[in-house]
Design a protein around this ligand. Structure first.
Ligand code: ADP
Ligand code: MG
Length: 715
């Protein structure tokens, strides 16, 4: 996919709110009784524009060309460059409808330098008349060498008056949709450019300081570039006019994120002073000392919790870096202040594991930890709900069941969300509201954890509304996981490996292929793998875990694996996140070529958690697609989660990587986080500066770029 194609795709699929005229800010165009405030837009074309994601006049201004046709000069037929569209002019020598080899209109034109054949396979009878011999015509298209000399197939063709002027600017070609022709689109865009307010939202000192043109100049340039500009610079979007648009877009994103950040910082939350009694006791009970990175993250969390404003902190750390204990210590700080804590994980297996860990760590300190998940029996669930509502329990652990309506906390002061990228903005909001009691606006603090490291550019852009702590160090004594790529043809060797590992006292995972189209099929493969493993390893104890098992069955299998009662665990990707069994040293992943980078990295992170050397075997099936090959190469070469994530961002783009978070965020259409890092950094600085010194400009900029979408970011 070229950049231009993906731009169309992105625009085409972008979800937009329908045109809301009442709330359109001052930057929209005049004359609200006309669709889009732009004369020339009919009702019919308005519907089609909507399909392009264009919902207000200003969106037309920002509907930028995919590419350009150069009709600014006329080439001699004999001397026109090949492999590009060119404009030629000549007199018609003859024009005839031919029937062999297929029906077509064939026209020869002549310009003194040579003769050119024009061929039309679709044509109106009237076209034949328009091409009467002697007529002067201009044809635009690519010249190819045909059997009878140079020819143009389906040129854009118009009759021309002798000596009439050529286009003064390159002709824009816009992303469009069925039924909306380029001419119609050009007309409405031209209207929009004439009617919309293109005044700059930024002072000259800022744009000049960054070497960027003024907004109007940049926009006018991009819609109608003068002859002679480098099409290459336009295509690659490195021309200063493009850079200005990208900068403005990034600035809008930064402003929006910072506005929400500030708004949240202004809200009230319980200030939790660290008392350190319980935390010190827990630290004494632990069989290990915290790493320097864990201590640093913890002190950042402690500092936030002490503030009377809600914390919104993302705790990032590679798989196995030890985020859970940091969360537990934060929870203690909340409990010491008489508050309750909710801990939420995206899967039942992971939530269950947190429940066990937190119970093991905290019940000794006299703290009650309660489990709440969808699969609980009714009586148990009621009991758990009552314990949270009465304050009898200090810590509630569970899945999204914690979001449910009937779950109320007596005094929720901290919400801990593991693998935050799995949750949508709306779910997090629901949990936040649980802390809101009648007549108060006190919000709980939020600590989010993610083992899918967020590349720096994403953290700086889409996550700029959060504070981020990074655990950038693994606990000591870990040996890196050796990664092996093994073709499916060598499965027998893998089977030997599994037996050897398990017989020598280790444990192993065997992860079944991901089958996205069908959960039933996935289940079937899991069962088959389980059966063939049992046949291949009669001497081993083998367990099976998959998404269809009941919660307590899943929990029982996981507990047995944890205790070492199971040697080999056959699993679907349900074990992808968070599972922690240090004695497991071998991970087999079937059909690794089907899995995404972050998933592979997560799965690999399930081993290498203890002191002994671990191996991750990626079984793959030939032939590999180029992307699959590249993914396997990356996971083979890189062990650092941040590096893997950086490549993931490059391969998939931010949209998919952001997952659930994306649904609440306006996506970047023009800026490219990989290519435009300098603009992103500049936008960060300018956003702070504007919010401090020139809030009106900040407001105008946000209104221009985000319109009503700004509100979506409130969470
Ligand atoms: P993750 O960051 O992937 O959630 P966990 O919190 O599950 O990682 O920690 C991985 C393992 O490392 C756990 O068994 C945990 O008890 C252990 N661990 C955490 N911190 C340390 C440390 N400082 N030293 C040794 N082991 C640690
Ligand atoms: Mg974890």
């Amino acid at each position: 996919m070229t950049k231009a194609d993906s731009a169309t795709a992105r625009r085409g699929s972008a979800k937009r709110k329908p045109l809301a005229r009442s709330s359109t800010p001052s930057t929209t165009c005049a004359a609200p009784e006309v669709p889009y405030g732009v004369p020339g837009v009919t009702k019919a074309s308005a519907d089609k524009l909507m399909r392009l994601g264009i919902t207000r006049g200003f969106d037309l201004v920002l509907h930028l060309p995919l590419r350009y046709d150069d009709e600014t000069r006329i080439y001699p037929i004999s001397d026109a460059p090949s492999a590009q569209d060119v404009l030629v002019q000549g007199r018609v020598v003859e024009a005839d409808v031919k029937y062999r080899p297929r029906r077509q209109l064939v026209c020869h034109i002549e310009d003194g330098s040579g003769v050119l054949t024009l061929r039309f396979f679709n044509f109106y009878p009237s076209q034949v008349k328009q091409l009467a011999p002697g007529t002067l015509v201009r044809a635009f298209g690519e010249i190819r060498q045909g059997f009878f000399g140079p020819e143009m197939v389906h040129p854009r063709c118009k009759s021309a008056a002798e000596g009439s002027a050529v286009a003064k600017a390159l002709t824009p070609v816009y992303p469009t949709t069925a039924g909306l022709g380029q001419d119609a689109l050009r007309r409405v865009v031209t209207h929009a450019l004439a009617h919309c307010d293109l005044a700059d939202t930024l002072p000259e000192s800022i744009t000049a300081g960054l070497g960027l043109p003024r907004f109007r100049a940049a926009i006018v340039f991009l819609h109608n570039p003068p002859p002679g500009v480098s099409q290459e610079d336009l295509r690659e979007r490195v021309h200063p006019a493009w850079r200005r648009v990208k900068f403005d877009e990034l600035l809008a994103q930064q402003l929006s994120m910072r506005v929400h950040y500030r708004r949240r910082k202004a809200a009230d939350a319980p200030a939790l002073r660290p008392k350190r009694k319980l935390t010190r006791r827990l630290l004494e009970l632990l069989p290990f000392a915290l790493t320097a990175a864990q201590l640093k993250a913890l002190s950042e969390v402690e500092r936030d919790l002490r503030q009377p404003h809600p914390m919104q902190r993302l705790l990032q750390g590679d798989v196995g870096s030890g985020k859970t204990i940091v969360a537990a210590l934060a929870a203690l700080q909340a409990v010491e202040n008489g508050g309750q804590v909710a801990i939420m994980a995206p899967t039942e297996i992971l939530a269950e594991q947190h429940y066990r860990k937190f119970s093991a760590w905290l019940t000794e300190l006299g703290i009650t930890v309660t489990w709440l998940a969808g699969g609980l029996r009714k009586a148990d669930k009621q009991h758990a709900v009552a314990a949270m509502a009465s304050g009898a329990t200090q810590i509630g652990v569970g899945t999204h069941a914690l979001f449910q309506e009937e779950v109320k906390f007596q005094k929720l002061v901290l919400a801990i969300i593991d693998e935050q990228h799995r949750f949508g903005v709306h779910q997090r909001l629901a949990l936040r509201l649980k802390g809101t009691r009648a007549n108060t606006v006190v919000q709980p603090h939020q600590l989010m954890m993610s083992a899918t490291p967020i590349p720096r550019t994403l953290a700086m852009s889409y996550y700029a509304d959060l504070d981020v702590s990074v655990i950038d160090e693994l606990p000591p004594g870990r040996t890196p996981v050796a990664t092996r790529l093994v073709s499916d043809a060598r499965r027998q060797e893998v089977i030997h490996r599994v037996r050897d590992a398990c017989m020598s006292g280790s444990q192993a995972y065997w992860v079944c292929p991901l089958i996205e189209e069908s959960e039933t099929l996935q289940l079937k493969t899991a069962l088959e793998t389980y059966e063939s493993a049992r046949a291949a390893f009669p001497e081993l104890k083998i367990g099976l875990v998959h998404g269809r098992l009941k919660a307590e069955e899943k929990a029982a299998v996981m507990a047995a694996f944890q205790r070492g009662d199971i040697h080999l665990l056959v699993a679907t990707t349900v074990i992808e996140v968070g599972v922690d069994v240090p004695n497991a040293t071998l991970m087999i992943i079937e059909h690794a070529e089907r899995m995404g980078l972050s998933q592979l990295h997560q799965l690999r992170g399930r081993v290498g958690r203890g002191a002994s050397a671990s191996t991750c075997i990626l079984l793959f099936q030939n032939p590999l697609t180029p992307t699959a090959r590249e993914r396997l190469k990356i996971i083979y070469e890189h062990h650092d989660g941040f590096e893997v994530a950086r490549h993931d961002l490059r391969l998939r783009g931010p949209g998919e990587m952001l997952g659930a978070r994306q649904s609440g965020l306006p996506m970047l259409r023009f800026a490219d986080l990989n290519a435009d890092l300098d603009l992103l950094e500049a936008a960060r600085v300018v956003a702070e500066q504007l919010l401090r010194d020139d809030p009106d400009a900040a407001q105008a900029h946000l209104a221009r770029w985000l319109g009503g979408k700004h509100e979506l970011l409130k969470v």
